[in-house]
Design a protein around this ligand. Structure first.
Ligand code: ZN
Length: 468
C-alpha cells in the first residue's frame, strides 16, 4: 500500500521535541517524513507563525468514544474521524462504556472497531480501576496491562474510596502505569448544577464548589505520597483539573518531586461560568485589568439564551479567575497536557432541563481552535500550546504509544503531523462536526485555525475538502 506524498515549502514548523520553531520545509514521500529543513537568512524572509504551520500530530489523553453501549452518541469510527478533523493522531479512550472496559475482551472490541474503521489514528485506552467502575473491587489490573491499556481510570467518577485508590496506585505503579483520577468529592457535588459563584446565584442554579475538586486532588496526592516509599513506580495523573486551588496543590506536589501529572481541557482554559448565563466571550476577555471576573450583565456580554445544556459539563465551567489560573498552569508547566474530555452525547440526553442534562462537551474538533484563540490573545506561547498537545501527553504515555514517548517531526519515520492554516477561521456547525455528538456551546461561532491535513502513522487521517 502506498502512502501519501506532501511537499510544503515556506511554512512555520513547531517541533517541541527538538525545542525548535521557525521557518522551514517538509517533504513526505510515500507516507514517510523524508525531510525536515529549517530555513535561515534570506530563505526565511517573510515566513511567520501567522500562516500555515506544521506541527506533530496531537495526542488526546482523555476521549470518550461511547462504544460499546452508546453508539447513538459516538462510535469508535466517528470518534476517530472527529479526532483526525481536530488534528489528533493518538487518542486515549476512557473506560466508562457499557460494559465498562474492566477486562481485556472489551479492549479487544474497541480495538477491533478501530481496525475496521480504517482510520490511521492510533487508539489507546485506559482500563477501569474497579470492576464495573463501581468503586468496590479492584479490576484485574495485571490482565488489563498485559492486554495493552495505558493507564487506569474510573473516569466519570473518582476512585471512590481512598483505600482502593491507595491499592490501585500501588498495583498500577508496580505495572509501570498511572492511575488517572477524575478529582471530585461526590459528597460535595450531589445535586450541583454549575460552577459555584455569582453567576450560579443569579441564575438560581445549585453551585458546584471548588473545594469538591481541591479536596479530591489533595486526597489523591496524599495517597500517592504514602505509596511511593514502597512502590517508587507509582504515578498519579489528575485529569480535567479546572481550579486554581487544585493547581496550587499540584504545583506543590511537583516541587516536592512527586510523580504527579495533570491535564486541562480546552473549555476550562477558554470558557467560563458566564457561558451558562449566555455570555460568549473568552476567559481573558471576561476579567478586568486586575484579573477579577467582570459582571456579564453589566457588560452587555450576554449574547445567547441562558441555561444552554451544551454548557453543562463535569467539572463545570468555572469562574474567569480559575480559567486564567489554568492558563498560568499551562505556561509554567504545572499542567503537562491539554486533553479534550471529548464527551459526545445524543441530542435526547441534552434536550432536558439544565440540571438534568448529561454532562459533557463534544470538543475534540474545536480543541485546537480554542487553544489558538488563547495563543492569539497572548495568553499562551504557540510552542508551549503545541507542546501541551504533543510532547507533554507523549511523555505520560511513554512506550505504550507507537510514537514511543516522543512526538516530534522525526525524519525517516512515518509522518505524524498536522498542517494548520492559522490565517483561516472556520465556523463551527453541527453538520461540520464529524462527531455524532453535536453538543457544543461553540456552534455558530468562528474559531481560528483551519486544519488542512492530518497525517497519522504515515497515512492521511483527514484532508480538508473546503477550497476556502
Ligand atoms: Zn471525568
Amino acid at each position: 500500500m502506498s502512502g501519501p506524498d506532501l511537499d510544503l515549502s515556506r511554512v512555520w514548523l513547531v517541533d517541541p521535541a527538538s525545542g525548535r520553531e521557525g521557518p522551514g520545509e517538509i517533504v513526505v514521500t510515500d507516507g514517510i517524513l523524508e525531510a525536515v529543513t529549517w530555513l535561515e537568512g534570506a530563505d526565511a524572509d517573510g515566513i511567520d507563525d501567522q500562516g500555515v504551520i506544521v506541527v506533530p500530530g496531537f495526542i488526546d489523553l482523555h476521549t470518550h468514544l461511547r462504544e460499546p453501549g452508546n453508539e447513538d452518541a459516538e462510535t469508535v469510527a466517528t470518534g476517530l474521524a472527529a479526532a483526525a478533523h481536530g488534528g489528533f493522531t493518538t487518542v486515549v479512550a476512557m473506560p466508562n462504556t457499557a460494559p465498562a472496559l474492566d477486562e481485556p475482551s472489551v479492549l479487544g472490541r474497541i480495538l477491533g472497531a478501530a481496525a475496521s474503521s480504517g482510520s490511521p489514528v492510533e487508539l489507546l485506552a485506559n482500563g477501569a480501576v474497579t470492576v464495573g467502575r463501581a468503586g468496590e473491587t479492584l479490576a484485574a489490573l495485571g490482565e488489563l496491562a498485559d492486554a495493552g491499556v495505558v493507564g487506569f481510570s474510573d473516569d466519570g467518577s473518582p476512585v471512590r474510596s481512598a483505600s482502593i485508590l491507595r491499592n490501585a496506585l500501588a498495583y498500577a505503579g508496580a505495572l509501570g502505569l498511572p492511575i488517572v483520577d477524575h478529582p471530585e468529592d461526590v459528597t460535595q457535588t450531589a445535586g450541583a448544577e454549575m460552577g459555584d459563584g455569582v453567576v450560579a446565584t443569579v441564575l438560581g442554579l445549585r453551585g458546584w464548589p471548588v473545594a469538591a475538586e481541591a479536596t479530591s486532588v489533595a486526597r489523591a496526592i496524599a495517597m500517592l505520597a504514602e505509596v511511593l516509599p514502597d512502590v517508587p513506580g507509582a504515578r498519579l495523573h489528575l485529569t480535567h483539573v479546572s481550579t486554581g486551588e487544585s493547581l496550587a496543590l499540584i504545583r506543590l506536589a511537583k516541587a516536592r518531586g512527586w510523580p504527579v501529572t495533570c491535564d486541562i481541557t480546552p473549555h476550562h482554559l477558554a470558557l467560563t461560568d458566564e457561558w451558562v448565563a449566555g455570555a460568549r466571550r473568552f476567559a481573558w476577555d471576561a476579567v478586568d485589568a486586575d484579573g477579577v471576573a467582570r459582571d456579564p450583565w453589566a457588560d452587555g456580554a450576554l449574547l445567547a439564551a441562558p441555561y444552554a445544556a451544551s454548557t453543562r459539563v463535569n467539572p463545570p465551567l468555572r469562574c474567569a479567575e480559575d480559567a486564567m489560573a489554568c492558563l498560568a498552569a499551562l505556561r509554567d508547566g504545572t499542567a503537562d497536557a491539554i486533553a479534550t474530555d471529548h464527551a459526545p452525547h445524543a441530542a435526547v440526553d441534552k434536550a432536558v432541563e439544565f440540571g438534568e442534562a448529561a454532562n459533557g462537551i463534544s470538543g475534540i474538533e474545536t480543541a485546537i481552535g480554542l487553544v489558538l484563540a488563547a495563543v492569539d490573545a497572548g495568553e499562551l506561547p504557540l510552542a508551549r500550546a503545541i507542546a501541551a498537545l504533543t510532547t507533554g501527553p507523549a511523555l505520560i504515555l511513554g512506550s505504550r504509544s507507537r510514537r514511543g514517548g516522543a512526538a516530534g517531526l522525526v525524519e525517516g519515520a512515518p509522518a505524524d503531523l498536522v498542517v494548520i492554516d492559522r490565517s483561516a477561521s472556520w465556523t463551527v456547525t453541527a453538520a461540520g462536526l464529524a462527531s455524532r455528538g453535536k453538543n457544543s456551546p461553540l456552534l455558530g461561532m468562528d474559531l481560528p485555525g483551519r486544519v488542512l491535513v492530518t497525517l497519522a502513522g504515515g497515512r492521511i487521517a483527514y484532508e480538508s475538502t473546503d477550497p476556502g
